[in-house]
Design a protein around this ligand. Sequence first.
Ligand code: PLP
Length: 380
Amino acid sequence: MDTTTIYKDLDERYFMPAFSREMAIVRGKGAKVWDAGGREYIDCVAGIAVCSTGHCHPAVVKAICDQAHELIHCSNLYYVPHQGDLAKKLVEITGMHKAFFSNSGAEAIDGTLKLARVRTGKKKFVAFTNGFHGRTVGSLAVTHKPAIREPFEPLGVQCTFVEYGDPNGLERAVDDDTAGVLVEPIQGEAGVIIPPIGFLERIREVCDNSGALMIADEVQTGMGRTGKWLAIQHTEVVPDIITLAKGIASGFPMGALLARDGLEFKKGEHGSTFAGGPLACAASLATIGVIEKILPDISRKGERFKTGLAKYNPRVRGLMIGISVGEKCPEVQKKCAEQGVLVNCAADGNLRLVPPLVISDKEIDRVVGVIDGALGQVVL
Ligand code: PLP
């Protein structure tokens, strides 16, 4: 049996079949990964926008290893090494007042829903069509896609979904009992959907008028992905709460919520055994150190993709790239993999590229060539 078959066999026998997958990725370096058969790929999936500094960046590996030799875990019953430094850094990056850590994006959203309810005294939420905020009971309630949400209802959080980009629908949906409006500044799982100009500003106004909190879910768009630390920083809008995860620690599981002055958990209102642990915080601080250096170049790299793929009308914001392909998207994905490039299909036949932020110009050109070839064969 080859190595991939061994993975497949064990998976089929012992793992609940919630994912569909065919390949085993066993090694990574920079923007490249290798499968169990030793084949090399340029990775434009990057753990779905997670491996921001590339695979196994030496600074991140060192930070995790050094910390592992000192202390792996201690509990939030004590001050945790690196936690305060990381909170300070995230506060500076986001312009928020204070941070709270989680282990994932969905958990950051759950914490946000709690914070919004407890500080506003209001109950309901508004979110947007095709928006994705996670799969825990709380975050699923504000995630739009009926096929993944409805089988698990009732979820205990009342949420109204408004068409993404529709300011009038938003005004109708928000009322005196709305605790928060959740928005992805660019929708990631929907396929890199950029809202119309002025929409995020309108959300801010509606929230100001009603007393609802504006919650920017930057789990996918944050940490430099779009060429700024946050996607919302491409506008003048300042939200009340920001959620982060994915690229925050280069693949070490971690999430965070950051909130403006006046919005914080009081003693005993929230907690977590693992969240903000020493290893995660060390990995995140090292990640931020790397991103600080490469951030000025990310938009230029995005433009290189945009120019190379111009005939397919890509939606590009930094290194977050979406192309409408349609029902043949999985075929394109497969052809790209055959040519040594990993991409994935988000919702509605949208090809999504979220490569490591360290991807080189040479790698970008190779990816563009492969995608062009695949799209040319399958779609044009
Ligand atoms: N929010 C957004 C915008 C996301 O894209 C995701 C995951 O794709 C989540 C929340 C949930 O994050 P996690 O999978 O870490 O729970």
